[in-house]
Write a protein that binds this ligand. Structure first.
Ligand SMILES: *Cc1c(COP(=O)(O)O)cnc(C)c1O
Length: 479
């Protein structure tokens, strides 16, 4: 082999660098757990670009290259990470990434990913059993909740509308999807990608708990009918992204049955509650759904990306993209489980099931319930701490592990308090001791946290609240 290529493929070189890298990562993890480093070192994008240009010009060796990557990244394994809702992956599941990246089995057809397809089926069976689906159900893994929701809505359109839109396009009739106005923006994006336009999304207002106000459904449905719009699907959020509120899946399911709508559950974040005996009451009725989406890379400790799209009826899972890439499949009516490319948006796909099954193999299915229980319990503890403090306010008592709160200065109006909380979030970002985000609910800005890190405990919550309090005192001078 050419000298230039040899070290890139050399097994001994891989072994040597790999051992050193694992040591580096293990030390990094411990430093995070022990809070020896800050959770984040925020740099302006241009400054970081410049710094890295210089660094790369210095031709760092393998070890230095990776240590710099670790250093300049946001540290999800730090107990003060309470920001966006991506999983804090079990380091063991990251081995699934290493091995599958190396094998690079593309998965679209069985022979290009035999084990990967077997493991994927195991993950789907695990999830379907937890949902309460019977053996007639099916599903697959795909690249993220956004793509997963689009896929399920395409299936819905295919199965509910009388027209063959996949082949013939729209013939002038208008269609729509119902979803609560707190749903993740990817539902709206899916609707627009499907060519349904602004009228294609019927947003149902929420109640004071930020759950879909199901008493509005009949009126909104009648209204759409009057306008000649056919609603073909309704989406329940389990839970919604900004507040972690669970829609009533039972009520949405009954409504869907009454009007023969496709009932889809966006459980990207909180669908994993199906694993928890303690919290599965939150998803009561989920087994009625025609399709469900669950991100393993949110509440199942799995690295990004791995999302399950599951269907109550196996035949539906094959209908989405029928007539596509027929050249790969000799008999198109052959509904086998092992050529997942027939059913997924992707052609080449990561071996996602490996990461999930690593966890299952280490600790059994109980690890998934243990994680949900732990994070949801901790969020409830955090909420109690907030409620005990004067001048702090919860947006809503958390159902999941997403928690929005704000500090209030009585002398300030809504706008002033919004500025105050914005200022605090921004200061926290730049300081780097904690990582939290913010959200706006009904015109009010809240600090938003998601308790994803199993190491985050009561004293971390107390320290965060103290910091918010101190910053609020400090900003008094500036406002
Ligand atoms: C995160 C999330 C999504 C989007 O999933 P990605 O995997 O980030 O594409 C969709 N819906 C809900 C409710 C989510 O929480």
């Amino acid at each position: 082999m050419e000298n230039k290529l040899k070290p890139l493929y050399d097994a001994e070189n891989f072994r040597m660098k790999g051992h050193a890298l694992i040591d580096l990562i293990a030390d990094y993890l411990q430093a995070n757990y022990d809070k020896e480093i800050r959770v984040n070192h925020y740099s302006d994008p241009d400054a970081l670009m410049e710094k890295w240009n210089t660094f790369l010009d210095s031709k760092p060796d393998f070890q230095l290259f990776y240590s710099k990557i670790l250093e300049d990244s946001i540290h999800l394994h730090h107990p003060h990470y309470m920001g966006h809702q991506v999983s804090v992956p079990s380091p063991l599941s990251a081995f699934g990434g290493l091995v599958s990246d190396l094998l690079n089995n593309g998965m679209a057809v069985y022979e290009m990913g035999a084990v990967a397809n077997v493991l994927e089926r195991k993950v789907i069976e695990l999830i379907n059993e937890a949902i309460g689906y019977d053996e007639n159900s099916a599903g697959f893994l795909t690249s993220g909740g956004t793509l997963a929701n689009l896929t399920a809505l395409l299936t819905a359109r295919r199965n509910i509308t009388k027209e063959d839109i996949w082949n013939e396009g729209y013939q002038g009739k208008k269609y729509a999807v119902m979803v609560c106005d707190q749903a993740h923006y990817c539902i709206e994006r899916a609707v627009r990608i499907m060519g349904l336009g602004t009228d294609g999304l019927i947003q149902v207002p929420v109640n004071d708990q930020f759950q879909m106000e199901t008493s509005m459904l009949e009126d909104l449905y009648a209204d759409a009918q009057k306008k000649g719009i056919q609603i073909f699907a309704i989406v329940g959020s389990a839970c919604s992204t900004s507040t972690g509120a669970y829609d009533s899946l039972e009520e949405i399911g009954s409504f869907a049955r009454k009007y023969n709508l496709w009932f889809h559950v966006d459980g990207a974040h909180g669908g994993a509650a199906v694993f928890s005996d303690k919290y599965k009451y939150l998803v009561k009725g989920i087994a009625q759904a025609d399709s469900v989406v669950i991100d393993c890379h949110k509440m199942m400790m799995t690295p990004t990306l791995a999302t399950a799209v599951v269907y109550k009826r196996i035949k539906d899972s094959f209908s989405t993209f029928q007539q596509e890439a027929e050249y790969l499949y000799t008999k198109k009516e052959d509904l086998n489980w092992y050529d997942t490319g027939k059913r997924t948006f992707e052609c080449t796909k990561l071996m996602m099931g490996v990461k999930v099954m690593t966890l299952y193999n280490e600790g059994g299915p109980e690890v998934f319930s243990a994680y949900v229980d732990h994070c949801y319990n901790r969020a409830r503890n955090f909420a109690e701490l907030i409620q005990k403090r004067e001048f702090f306010e919860l947006a809503v008592v958390p159902e999941a592990n997403i928690l929005c709160f704000r500090i209030i200065k009585p002398e300030l109006d809504i706008q002033g308090n919004n500025e105050l909380n914005s200022f605090i979030r921004n200061s926290i970002l730049h300081e780097g001791d904690f990582y939290i985000v913010k959200t706006t609910l009904r015109g009010i800005i809240y600090l938003r946290t998601t308790i994803m890190n199993p190491f985050t405990k009561a004293s971390d919550f107390e320290n965060l609240l103290q910091k918010v309090e101190q910053m609020a005192e400090h900003v008094n001078i500036d406002l």
